[in-house]
Design a protein around this ligand. Structure first.
Ligand code: FAD
Length: 459
């Protein structure tokens, strides 16, 4: 319970709503995307503006409250909420201001990727982000941001021009190349460790109709496709993006009944070059091995970025494990196929997201994000309906799969594909950049107010 004085202080100062245990909306407001996470905060503040955020930060600091910050609520480890503390919920702060002449867009911290697409697409623009529309730009960007435009335009952080940040002492600062450049370096990959980012100014890119969508091959072809893919994607022009997925076909449209429930190997594509040249490029891919299901073609970028949203509605149980990988050897492919074939539910699977291309050409020390030299970020997702009561199977399967893949790891994992896995895993994720991040943490948040995250300890 929050002390009554704290509740009164918040009620007097806030424009947004504070929701307390026992309030009618409490159970809805405390839910995050991953239904495995069942936390009961002492209070949830649905902030309306920056002043609300400042108020919450000041009150949490002065009253020594555990503080969590929630953007889109998508985090696998549930780091957008906490037990017994105060949650700053940004999901009602969805202002987006586009400057089509400058080619920039400023988005408030509660926006999702779909919100951003909605605002930019009418101007023929897009911000490099992820592959699901429902993900929050907050957590995704602060952790790095891997998606359909990574090979062409880099990570989301490589397209971030400025962040508006409420610091632990309650002050508001701008972080950019010219203003607080050390903080700007840290927030580009360092997660929510340095403050509440209330707004993101992005460079938007000229992306409108792309050639994209999944090609899906039979399981019996999966090994050959993975061998072909590892060569193809490391040498392909930046215009071509494709992530690899080992998955099970859902039992419904647009898939023919014959494929329902079948294990298959997919590559969802996104080609951002001239559309007139797309057919011939993709014809050569089809000629290598004809996909059993071929859904690739011209598609508006926002449709592509939300194509898979219905397969992952909120409220599922998720347990995922990640790692960066540099190579995909034949032995690694065999292990992938062995474990993916034993997935505990049709929603469970494995994805390899490419990092090469434009993202790899940015120097390793230019941002806090540490794995520019990796080829892929791997994520193994154990996922099922909460009602399936499959939790132990999801955890065991993903953990065993991940353990067996460890010899092929580049050393650490993408922070956005981790559960809460402890200090050593956070250090491995930041590698050479951890020491600098730790020094900056002691400058901007010496008492570790912002610790419900992949936590970087103050030096
Ligand atoms: P939240 O749970 O709200 O927050 C996650 C963390 O970020 C917390 O520690 C929180 O405190 C912090 N945070 C969030 N917003 C702010 C803010 N404004 N200021 C300070 N701290 C903040 N990742 C990719 O890179 N590419 C993908 O394509 C991709 N696809 C995904 C698809 C699905 C279905 C899911 C579930 C996740 C996906 N992810 C992807 C991972 C995703 O980036 C992380 O789960 C990320 O943490 C989600 O951010 P969020 O704001 O929605 O989460």
């Amino acid at each position: 319970m929050l002390p009554e004085t704290v509740v009164q202080l918040l009620k007097v100062q806030l424009r947004g709503q504070i929701i307390l245990p026992g309030d009618p909306g409490y159970d809805l407001a405390r839910k995050v995307y991953n239904a495995l996470i069942d936390k009961r905060p002492a209070g949830i503040v649905q902030c309306r503006d920056v002043a609300d955020v400042v108020t919450c930060v000041n009150i949490a600091r002065q009253h020594r409250l555990l503080l969590a910050v929630r953007g889109g609520g998508h985090n696998g480890g549930g780091l957008g909420t906490c037990d017994d503390g105060l949650v700053i919920d940004l999901s009602h702060m969805k202002g987006i201001f586009i400057d089509p002449v400058a080619g920039t867009v400023r988005a408030e911290g509660g926006c999702t990727l779909a919100d951003l697409d909605h605002a930019t697409h009418p101007f023929g623009l897009a911000v490099p982000a992820g592959v699901f529309g429902t993900t929050g730009i907050g957590g995704l960007t602060l952790g790095g941001g891997l998606g359909y435009l990574t090979r062409k335009y880099g990570l989301s952080i490589d397209n971030l021009l400025e962040a508006g940040v409420v610091l632990a002492d309650g002050s508001y600062v701008q972080a950019s190349a010219d203003s607080n450049p050390d903080l700007f370096w840290a927030v580009r990959g360092g997660g929510g460790n340095f403050g509440v980012v209330v707004s993101f100014l992005f460079r938007a890119r000229p992306v409108s109709i792309v050639y994209g969508g999944p090609m899906i091959w039979e399981w019996s072809d999966a090994k050959e496709i993975m061998q072909w893919y590892r060569e193809f994607i490391t040498g392909a022009p930046d215009d071509i993006y494709g992530f690899l997925a080992l998955l099970t076909i859902p039992a419904g449209p647009p898939f023919a009944e014959v494929y329902h429930g079948k294990k298959m190997c997919a590559i969802p594509w996104c080609y951002t070059g001239e559309l007139s040249g797309a057919e011939s490029i993709f014809q050569s891919i089809r000629a290598f091995k004809k996909p059993a299901i071929d859904l690739a073609g011209p598609i508006p970028f926002p449709v592509l970025q939300s194509l898979f949203d219905p397969t992952c509605p909120p409220g599922l149980h998720w347990y995922w494990k990640g790692d960066y990988v540099k190579e995909l050897s034949d032995d690694a492919i065999d292990l992938h196929l062995k474990h993916a074939a034993a997935a505990p539910s049709w929603r469970s699977g494995m994805h390899l997201y490419p990092i090469n291309g434009a993202a790899a050409r940015i120097p390793k020390d230019a941002t806090a994000w540490n794995y520019r030299e990796a080829t892929w970020a791997m994520v193994i997702s154990g996922m099922d309906e909460a009602a399936a009561n499959n939790k132990e199977k999801l955890v065991n399967w993903a953990s065993r799969y991940w353990n067996d893949m460890r010899p092929y790891s580049a050393g650490g994992a993408y922070v956005n594909f981790m559960m809460q896995e402890g200090e050593d895993k956070v250090k491995a994720a930041y590698g050479d950049n951890y020491a600098r991040l730790s020094v900056l943490k002691s400058k901007y948040d010496p008492d570790n107010l912002f610790r419900v995250n992949q936590n970087i300890l103050p030096a």
